[in-house]
Design a protein around this ligand. Structure first.
Ligand code: AMP
Length: 281
């Protein structure tokens, strides 16, 4: 695996592959890598000639400075894991490299998508995501981009970004990887105590409850049972439990078998905010 820290360095290297018309696959991450990231790298390896990963904790997508300051950083372990997974190229830019001083940040017309769910609870978050992903895409110029369903709304935002920028990059959404308990793997899980990690599995159980009962119990009733279960199991706050159309993320209040429904959750346990989702049919 070759590591680059500068745009010039990675560009010179990738140019050779571009000229040979090799398929470049790309996995952007913020590090603190786990099995979810590894599955993206493996998917990328299976669908590309060259696998590029980047690690950059992007300051512009954090609406909470404390969350940014406490974001886990495990770079030595990450490099080892990527090497063992067979990643070809790792891009490790500095903030100065990605965000040159005096450069004006672009604003993206994301519309409805950034007014709901994560967009509502983390103002400016998706603008920051688009700013960094657009910059990284211009540098790596991949053919294929691999992202996780765990961040479902983010996948939809990136799909919108690709549309807004007339990009030909093909977005491939990979399934959520979970711990044996069902808890979705997340870099933030390391901030959970053993007890809270075990309590947090209620999120997945609640998602499964929704899947099992969507056609037999009214959505409002399912939602209030899920809320009660989360709060009873140690969650301090619930930002949302939302039943939405999986294609548009518009809310669904009454289920019809023709609907393609996704349920999405964001909730906080002991200052650790977790998100997860499940497609119900
Ligand atoms: P992050 O490092 O959290 O920015 O995530 C980088 C990429 O990994 C994003 O596309 C995430 O959706 C994806 N990812 C994070 N957790 C998981 C997971 N448990 N399963 C699959 N993909 C994931």
């Amino acid at each position: 695996m070759i590591i680059f820290k500068t745009i010039k360095g990675i560009n010179n290297f990738l140019d050779k592959y571009r000229k040979e018309e090799k398929i470049i696959g790309y996995v952007p991450t913020m590090g603190a890598l786990h099995a979810g990231h590894v599955s993206l790298i493996e998917n990328c390896k299976g669908n590309s000639d060259l696998t590029v990963c980047s690690i950059f904790v992007n300051p512009t997508q954090f609406n909470d400075q404390n969350d940014f300051d406490n974001y886990p950083q495990t770079i030595e372990k990450d490099i080892q894991l990527l090497y063992e997974t067979g990643c070809d190229v790792l891009f490790l830019p500095s903030a100065a490299e990605l965000y040159p001083a005096n450069e004006i940040l672009e604003s993206y017309q994301l519309g409805f998508l950034e007014t709901i769910l994560e967009g509502k609870y983390r103002p400016g978050h998706f603008q920051g995501v688009c700013q960094v992903v657009n910059r990284l895409l211009k540098i790596v110029k991949p053919h294929r981009l691999f992202m996780g369903q765990k961040d479902y709304q983010q996948c939809m935002v990136i799909s919108k970004l690709l549309e807004l920028t007339n990009s030909t990059v093909h977005l491939i959404i990979c399934p959520t990887v979970r711990e044996e308990s069902g808890l979705a793997k997340s870099s933030r899980n390391v901030r959970l105590s053993e007890t809270d990690n075990s309590k947090a599995t209620i999120i997945y159980q609640a998602l499964l409850f929704a899947k099992d009962h969507i056609s037999s119990i009214p959505i409002l009733e399912i939602e209030s049972k899920m809320k009660a279960d989360l709060l009873r199991n140690g969650f301090d706050t619930i930002d949302y439990i939302a039943f939405c159309d999986a294609g548009s993320l518009t809310p669904i209040t009454a289920y019809s078998s023709k609907d393609n429904v996704i349920v999405l959750i964001a909730a906080t346990i002991k200052n650790v905010r977790l998100i997860d989702n499940l497609i119900l049919n």
